[in-house]
Design a protein around this ligand. Sequence first.
Ligand code: 5GP
Length: 175
Amino acid sequence: MGPSLSTVISEKDLHKRIKEMGDVLTDKFKSAPVVAICVLKGSFIFFSDLIRQIECDMTCEFLSTSSYGNNAHSSGEVKLTMDISSSVQGRHVLLVEDIIDTGLTMSYLQKMFEIRKPKTITTVTLLHKPDAKKVDCKIDLVGFKIPNEFVVGYGLDYQNQYRHLPYIARLENLN
Ligand code: 5GP
């Protein structure tokens, strides 16, 4: 039997929550320009929807990390595979993640950016698996807390598939 999908967060619930998150971030950044940073690849859809709900002066940057290789279990090692293309020194940074599982990726990125001396760092994640947390990292805004299970859709993949699903699904019957 191949993998099967069941909905964890519907398209409607995603959009409602992302609008709320946008309002919180508009309040925070309305008087100060921000550099919004998309952590590729998984955040690309969340990032695109979120930034359109934030009313402020904004520039967008993209970086890429890898930690999972090609399977559903963390390798425990984070690598920066593509960096942003401008300086964040003295600027407000908004780091946008798709999901925080062990916290390794976010903790790695926070340390990396602290060295670059931004004015502030705000971290946002769409999904948070509190039960899987191994490493402490600062998270300012969470979209949804989810149980410790592997999810796909809305940018999140399994072997590069399922990113295009407009909702978050649990992937069952993985071999
Ligand atoms: P962490 O470093 O916090 O363990 O994991 C962060 C990264 O692992 C995320 O950016 C994401 O790429 C991947 N990840 C963690 N949990 C899941 C999951 O349930 N589904 C998918 N597709 N990716 C996950």
